[in-house]
Design a protein around this ligand. Sequence first.
Ligand code: SER
Length: 313
Amino acid sequence: MHLITGANGQIGSALSKALIQKYGSDNVLLSDIRPIQMDAKFVILDVLDKNAMQQVVEINKVTHIYHLAAILSAKGEANPIWAWDINMKGYLNILDVAHNYKVEKVFYPSSIAAFGSDIDLSVARQNDVRNPETVYGISKVAGEIWGKYYFDKYGLDVRSVRFPGVIGWESMPGGGTTDYAVEIYHEALKHNYYECFLDENEALPMIYMEDTIRSIIELMNAPKEKITIRTSYNLQGISFAPKDIVAAIKHKLPNFKVKYVPDFRQEIAAAWPNVLDDRQAKQDWGWNPKFDLEKITNDMFLHLKPIYEKEQC
Ligand code: SER
C-alpha cells in the first residue's frame, strides 16, 4: 500500500492521482488533516499523532510512504515553532513508524530552501554548504540528514529530492515563496493583471507538475544501488525570473499588466539559488526535465483558460 501524507496539498493532490493511475485505487491510501475531494481510499491523519500514524500503517500494511505534509517557507516565517513542529516532528514520526513497521521506501521532498546566501547563488551544487535562512529551510536540511541517518543506521530506504518551486494547473500552492509563478497564470486569465510580490529580476529554479510527479515515481522506482545520495538530490527544471514569465504570458495576452510590489518574500527568495546543479540526479537515476517556460505556459493556458472562460459565461 502506498500512503501519501498531505494529499490535499499542491503536490499531494497531483501525486495522488498519478499513483492511483499507476498502482490502482486499492493500493493507494491518501491522508490529510482535511477531507479530500477525490473518490479514493482516504484517512484523516495528523502527522503529529504518532499513535494514529502507527495504526494507519499497520492496519493498511503500508509499504511506501510519500511524506508531503509540510508548512512552506513564507507561512513558516509567520509562526516558526509551529512550522518546525509540523515539519520536523511530523517527519520524525514518519521515519520512526516506517522503521518500526518495516516500510520498504519513504519519499521525502526537500527544497531549494535548503541553501542560504553564503554560497554562490548563481548555481547551487549538490554538496554545497546548506545554511538555510528560513525555518522551512532549516527543517528541510534537518530532515535530509535524519533521512540519511535512518538509512545508515537502520537501512530504511529513504529517497529525497530538493524541489524547485512547483508550477501546475491542477492545484494551488499555499504559503510558499515560489507561489507567484502559479498565481500569475490564474490572475492573468481572470483579471489580465497581477501584483507580484517578488522583484522582477529574482531568478529561481522552477519545475512543472508533470516533471515533479515523474521525478518522484522515477526516483522511487530506481534500483537501490543507483541511489548514491541519501540526503537529497538537487533537482532542476527551468530557471526564470518574474519578468520572464510575464513575457511568456504576454505572448498570449498582449495587454497583461504586472505591478511589482516586493514584500518579505523577496528577502526569502534572494537567499535561494538561481539554479540547482542536478548532474548527480541525471547520472544516478536518469533525471531529465521536459518542460521549459514556453511549454509550461502553453500547458497552463491549455488547462486554465477553458475553466475561466466557463466562469465568465
Ligand atoms: N515552494 C517552496 C516555497 O516557496 C520552496 O520549496 O516555500
